[in-house]
Design a protein around this ligand. Structure first.
Ligand code: UT7
Length: 325
């Protein structure tokens, strides 16, 4: 049966120039390169300059994605930015990007689902496209996580980095089968009872400040593999796709041990896992599109490949998305 699919026309990414190594961090808190690499796989992360905002990073990634998509800015009729580190409390970072692109029509708004933001944004964009409310949607994950970190807390400050990634989705007609290009299925979930395991201790209606990220890492870790695996099984099951058909697994880049554990639990070949955690750290909503972009640029992801994306983050929120490139 003919159906509308949200097809990826192009992607892009941006990482700020400044790099912070594990050795740099060992001069700031009681940690070591050995501990960070062994427990997380992270070696370096990028940090935004003081005058560089989330929308600046988003704009760079978006510009590259639009160029790679081969479309004009005014072909876009919707911008969805997933971020937990907006430039300002309002307006949305997406409207800053819209102005930066000089885009004259359409709608722009943010989505807040922390590290799962990009998966949630893909879900919303795909629903907008399939319902006919939008034709061409720019979906961005962009973060300046460095602004939320307590640089005295070694349990969190070694984990995160800044960056942005973007994709352009466009409505195309498919035949309704799993061989169609585009988003085949996305499943998103949340459980607000797990707030205390991962949150920011500030906000507009509480402290009036931006606050700092707080995490019970070991507890989050315990939930991560279980929740991610369940979301993947839900998405693959609903799409009628066997995990053995997946060409590339593009997970949220929080911790190499979580990536490997999830792949092992689901029987996914480790050679099919895209890992950028060593070079990017955890860039929250930017991590999946950054990893996608990396694997497209280096030629691993090719047109027609079946891609499985997933993420989990504060809220808790989690989800998985299957798409054919
Ligand atoms: O993207 C959102 C989702 N977030 C995640 O998925 C993060 C999930 N959690 C994790 O990735 C891991 O739990 C961490 C990397 C955060 C921590 O690894 P862990 O193996 O769970 O370590 P732990 O928290 O159990 O801590 C082990 C020890 C503790 O010392 P004691 O109590 O055993 O003496 C910590 O104080 O390691 C200590 N520690 C550190 N040592 C050196 C914690 N952070 C550091 C550090 N350097 N940076």
């Amino acid at each position: 049966m003919k159906t509308t699919r949200s097809v990826v026309l192009g992607c892009g990414s941006y990482l700020p120039a400044k790099i912070l190594t594990n050795y740099d961090l060992a001069k700031m808190v009681d940690t070591s390169d050995d501990w960070i690499v062994e427990r997380t796989g992270i070696k370096v992360r990028h940090l935004a300059r003081e005058d560089e905002t989330t929308s600046d990073l988003a704009l760079e990634a978006a510009t590259q994605a639009i160029r790679n998509a081969g479309i004009g800015v005014n072909d876009i009729d919707m911008i969805v930015v997933a971020t937990t580190t907006p430039d300002e409390t309002f307006p949305s970072t997406a409207t800053r990007v819209q102005a930066g692109l000089n885009m004259l029509g359409g709608a722009a708004f943010d989505i807040q689902a922390v590290c799962s933001g990009f998966i949630f944004a893909v879900s919303v964009a795909d629903a907008m496209i399939r319902s006919g409310q939008a034709k061409t949607v720019l979906v961005i994950g962009a973060e300046t996580m460095s602004r939320l970190l307590d640089w005295n807390d070694r349990g969190t400050c070694v984990l995160f980095g800044d960056g942005a990634g973007a994709i352009v989705l466009q409505a195309h007609e498919g035949d309704g089968s799993n061989h169609d290009r585009g988003v085949l299925m996305t499943k998103i979930f949340s459980d607000g009872r797990l707030h205390d395991l991962l949150y920011v201790d500030g906000g507009v209606s509480t402290t009036g400040t931006a606050g700092h990220l707080r995490m019970q890492g070991r507890e989050v870790f315990k939930h991560a593999v279980t929740n991610i695996a369940a979301a993947i099984e839900a998405a693959a099951g609903a799409a009628g796709v066997a995990l053995s058909e997946i060409d590339w697994f593009v997970p949220h880049q929080a911790n190499q041990r979580i990536l490997a554990g999830t792949a092992r639990k689901l029987g996914i070949n480790p050679e099919r896992v895209i890992s950028t955690v060593a070079e990017h750290g955890n860039t929250s909503a930017a991590s999946v599109p950054l990893a996608l972009s990396t694997a497209v640029e280096d030629g691993r992801i090719k047109r027609g490949h079946l891609i499985l994306m997933e993420a989990m983050g504060g809220g808790f929120t989690w989800g998985a998305s299957l798409l054919r490139w």
